[in-house]
Write a protein that binds this ligand. Sequence first.
Ligand code: MC0
Length: 153
Amino acid sequence: MSSPLTRIDHIGIACRDLDETVEFYRATYGFEVFHTETNEEQGVREAMLKINDTGDGGASYLQLLEPIREDSAIAKWMAKNGEGVHHIAFGTADVVTVTDDIVGKGIRSLYEQPRRGSMGSTINFLHPKDAHGVLVELVQAAEGGDGGEHGEH
Ligand code: MC0
């Protein structure tokens, strides 16, 4: 059976100070920032560090996330767990169909309708309590695979 989830799109990592953490990843591993943006709805400032292109025309990233509001999901999670790996995101060509299929297997999604993710992507999440303790994000990249233009948005 081939999966409609065709790449690890990104691993989301919660951090207290985005600039300091970006510098750590650059100095330690040599990873450069590909894209930064603020997502007001999710309450985060984020940096995407591109690791590699993938066979489905997309790419895999590390996503560093700094909370911009105390009531954001990331701030709440960090208050309990500190910094660290927060979620894993799988890439797909069709987030609506994949989410519906998985919900049909009895796993809760977090949103009724997909929302906006990094670089113009369309996203949903699966509840970690239904997914063996892992917060899973499903990502459909924007047309063009990696979101087109980059920089601060
Ligand atoms: C919470 N839990 C987790 C977890 N967050 N387990 C694994 N990984 C995580 N990241 C567990 C808690 O330990 C708890 O388990 C239970 O789930 C309920 O958690 P809670 O602390 O009471 O918090 P809730 O229920 O208010 O919220 C959890 C929930 C929330 C996953 C629903 O964080 C959420 O809506 N997340 C989706 C949005 C998000 O994460 N945005 C930030 C990334 P126990 O056993 O104690 O009951 S934004 C992003 O990623 C974007 C922009 C992008 O990629 O493009």
